[in-house]
Write a protein that binds this ligand. Structure first.
Ligand SMILES: O=C(O)CCC(=O)C(=O)O
Length: 266
């Protein structure tokens, strides 16, 4: 996750649920190479209704990529079958590099707990945001990226039209109910030609995807267990965030949501 100078700390007000109209992302008959913003037609629920994320997240087979913005795609349930192996691999990482709540340069404790695997890990403290080859908590190199994670990331990228994606960083985010990630850009990575690949596991969440400017319109994208999101090319630096996760129970993760976000950072 790249949060440079233009990226606000985790101020809870940056993503205002009231100002972000909920939309669903209907299937569209486009391939990654021909997507345009108009490929997604927002459909709003009737006034006053709240999207039922749990109903939306009933297990389903993987679906065709849904165009979200130029270069950005939702990959419905892409990781459903791999989820147990992904969670096994992730827990192996967390046994070596436990989750922790980073502090932002502004001194705020992030509500999302994080850890990393791969050659580089995303860290934050009072001195800034950066990628580091060592876990500042343990002093050791980050655990290796489990093959199941690496392979899934490459497959997701390929499904969105990005061939040969070889991530060297996987950020593990754990959301307890109420945890959220404010609107931000991922821009600490060295090679911005490489996409970001994100995989959701466990409780559902509402992902918010905007544009190059913080003030650009945003759309809400419900993310379910097994969903992938890939953004790169023209949307690589688009702002995004996650609204506060609602309480619930998932058969594989219990009361939390995990997100694995893969980058080529170095
Ligand atoms: O949890 C998510 O779905 C998104 C995570 C994210 O935006 C990030 O790690 O930069």
């Amino acid at each position: 996750m790249a949060r440079g100078p233009l990226v606000a700390p985790l101020a809870e007000s940056l993503v205002s649920p009231a100002s972000v109209p909920p939309v669903s992302v209907p299937p569209v008959g486009v391939s990654p190479s021909n997507a345009s913003p108009s490929s997604v037609s927002p459909t709003r629920p009737s006034a006053g209704s709240t999207p039922d994320l749990f109903a939306d997240c009933a297990p389903a087979a993987p679906g065709a990529p849904l165009a979200l913005a130029p270069g950005a795609f939702v990959l419905p349930r892409l990781a459903l079958a791999d989820a147990p192996a992904l969670l096994d691999g992730m827990h192996g990482v967390l046994a070596q590099a436990p989750l922790r709540h980073w502090v932002t340069p502004g001194g705020l404790r992030m509500s999302v707990a994080m850890s990393n695997c791969g050659a580089l890990g995303w860290v934050s403290d009072r001195t800034g945001y950066r990628y580091d080859a060592r876990d500042p908590v343990t002093g050791r190199a980050w655990p290796q990226m489990p093959p199941a994670l690496r392979e899934l990331a490459s497959r997701a990228a390929a499904a969105a039209g990005y061939a040969d994606f070889r991530p060297d960083a996987c950020l593990i985010n754990r959301y307890e109910p109420g945890a959220r990630l404010s609107l931000h850009q991922d821009r600490d990575e060295r090679d911005l030609d490489q996409p970001i690949v994100s995989v959701s596991l466990g409780l559902p969440a509402m992902f918010v995807f905007g544009g190059a400017r913080r003030s650009d319109p945003t759309r809400r994208v419900p993310l379910c267990h097994g969903d992938g999101v890939v953004w790169g090319g023209p949307s690589r630096l688009f702002h995004h965030g996650v609204l506060a996760v609602k309480a619930g129970e998932h058969e594989l993760t219990g009361a939390v949501r995990f997100n694995l976000t893969f980058r080529v950072a170095g």
